[in-house]
Design a protein around this ligand. Structure first.
Ligand code: FAD
Length: 550
């Protein structure tokens, strides 16, 4: 194994790096599986027992767990703040097993019940799961809930939500918002996710862990690509590049792959550039961890989970008029990322009877009130554009001044983003001509949009939507000004990723452990469960196994 120059040990070792981009100066696994080692003299800038790539939910859990076992810990995160998607999440944690809040509400639960629910052959979220991962998840639920409480996470004990997902009984418990929230750090004011990640952050910092923000992992360093331990990582810290040594383990906790268009299209070729990821622009599901691990021969696992059309892989836009509007996000204009990145809070509480949805060509494509996978398939269907054979392009909501009045909307900034995501005009053809957006390759034809509106208005007269069966009441689009608001579906969770074993160790294509490499959260595969619960459980396991081998 390589020795640390800073320890005064021999540094002339054959070391290899695998890059997050798949391209780098160091030796990589080639497409044929052949490798070329390169003699590299690694200078370690920093050393810790346990290093997490990502200071989101699973990274923080892993960090605390490692600290508890006496390890030194470094968490790196490319973002300007900790938390990842956990920060802007609802803070609803799916953990059961018979914990105190379930008992308070008379709900009987056990590890075996969790296991049975999450391997159910009759549920698409359960039938594809790796039974070994579900078993350890089930067995660790109760202890993980208690561990969170011990680590300062404040759960609202007034309710247990559910049954949800594949669970047959209520299990989801909500974390209270972080007390004394600093106004500058409010991202989504209605959310409690900050209560979870701020509590975990405090525990890491109080425990002596180091969190390095604006540090992006670019490489995972291993003795050779095909063998030996993972030794550490390389990070890009803006003005410098650092090598960080991990003597006991590196945790990949990068939060999934959905922001990487090439990687997400491995699973669903329709997911072209126009689909933003729920959670943008707070933090990225970069795919960096998966790509760097795959360059070391890591396997993916349970990839069907990404496309089995269960739960939340894809979502109808439930908030419209801004690039980063999504059904559950309402960005706070005081948040530090609002002006530079978010730009619009969006128009909310949509009554879909008030508008029509059209493609980039101005054509209606489905009953606007629907929210099923047939709706999603219609929205994501290519219309045969010569330069756009995959993906459905932007979807625009078209409505009028009467709809705005009925909804009580104020269609001005910062509620909407007139810079490419919201337009208004006094006539429908003029509205079409104004729509300019990076994902709209050519202007919307005014005559087509006008025909769509006229035809829809005729359905209001007859009371029957002859094209898509939109239920009544329907409202005519007739009173200027007319509006077009960005309403393109969004991508939500990553449901597949790296293959891990029950100790969260990353497994290669031969079914073997890659020593020193762990993965948890949305970048792990094999367990089709939304969100925080599994991220915390497997992050906690990783930190413990790397530092205490249990
Ligand atoms: C709007 C919204 C609401 C949600 N609500 C809920 C909910 O109520 N309940 C629930 O269970 N789940 C919810 N979720 C999902 C939940 O937040 C995620 O599943 C969870 O945060 C995933 O944890 P993670 O550790 O895998 O990733 P994250 O928490 O996203 O953390 C990943 C971290 O890795 C960092 N990173 C990425 N690439 C690199 C790199 N190369 N170098 C360094 N750092 C990197 C990112 O910046 C990020 O901080 C919600 C998600 C969203 C978007």
């Amino acid at each position: 194994m390589a020795k640390n120059k800073n320890d005064g040990l021999n540094r002339r070792d054959f070391l290899t790096k695998a890059t997050a981009t798949g391209v780098g100066t160091a030796a990589l696994t080639s497409a044929s599986g052949q490798t070329s080692a390169q003699e590299t003299d690694i200078h370690w800038d920093l050393t810790a027992d346990f290093v997490s790539i990502g200071a989101g939910v699973s990274g923080l859990a892993g960090g605390i767990s490692a600290l508890e076992h006496g390890a030194s810990v470094i968490l790196v995160d490319e973002n300007t703040d900790i938390g990842g998607h956990g920060m802007i999440s609802g803070g609803n944690v799916h953990l059961g097993g018979g914990h105190s809040i379930q008992r308070k509400h008379g709900i009987e639960d056990s590890a075996d019940k969790i296991y049975d629910d999450w391997i159910r052959p009759d549920h698409p979220l359960a039938r594809y799961n790796d039974r070994d991962l579900v078993r350890v998840f089930a067995d660790e639920n109760l202890s993980t809930f208690n561990w969170l409480v011990d680590n300062g996470v404040d759960f609202d004990d007034e309710q247990v939500i559910g049954p949800q997902m594949a669970s047959t009984i209520p299990r989801q418990v909500r974390v209270r918002p972080w007390p004394n929230r600093d106004e500058r750090y409010i991202y989504v004011p209605t959310r409690g996710g900050d209560g979870l990640v701020r509590a975990l952050e405090k525990k890491v910092r109080d425990g002596g862990g180091t969190i390095l923000l604006r540090h992006r992992m670019t490489e995972i360093i291993r003795e050779t690509p095909n063998s030996g331990r993972v030794l550490g990582i390389t990070v890009d810290a803006g003005d410098k590049t650092l090598n960080i040594r991990a003597t006991k383990g590196v945790l990949i906790a990068t939060g999934g792959h959905s922001n990487n268009v090439n990687l997400r299209r491995v699973f669903d070729a329709r997911l072209t550039e126009e689909y933003f990821v729920s959670g943008d622009p707070y933090s990225r599901k970069s795919g960096d961890g998966e790509i760097a691990a795959m360059a070391l021969g890591a396997s993916l696992w349970g990839t069907s989970a990404q496309t089995n059309e269960a739960e939340r892989c894809l979502r109808k836009a439930g908030t419209i008029g801004g690039e980063f509007c999504e059904s559950s996000l309402h960005w706070h204009p005081d948040s530090p990322i609002f002006d530079e990145k978010v730009r619009a809070s969006g128009l909310t509480n949509i009554n879909w009877a008030n508008l029509i949805l059209v493609t980039q060509d101005g054509v209606r494509f489905y009953d606007e009130t629907a929210n099923d996978y047939d709706f999603m398939a219609a929205a994501l269907a290519s219309r045969g554009e010569p330069n756009k054979r995959n993906g459905g392009g932007p979807i625009w909501a078209i409505f009028d001044a009467d709809a705005v009045a009925r909804q009580g909307w104020n269609p001005t900034p910062p509620n909407v983003d007139p810079n490419g995501y919201f337009f208004s005009a006094d006539t429908i053809p003029e509205l079409a001509s104004k729509i300019e957006n990076p994902h709209q390759p050519k202007p919307m034809p005014g005559d087509v949009l006008e025909n769509s509106v006229t035809r829809f208005n005729s359905f209001v007269d007859t009371g029957i939507d002859a094209d898509f069966g939109k239920p009544q009441p329907m409202y005519k689009i007739q009173t200027p000004p007319f509006y077009a608001a960005w309403s393109t579906p969004t991508i939500h969770d990553s449901y597949t990723g790296l293959r891990i074993n029950t100790s969260s160790q990353v497994i290669n294509m031969h079914g073997e452990v890659i020593e020193g490499l762990y993965a948890a959260g949305e970048c792990q595969g094999g367990f089709n469960q939304h969100g925080l619960g599994r991220s915390i459980v497997f992050g906690r396991i990783a930190g413990r196994h790397a530092t205490a081998n249990t």
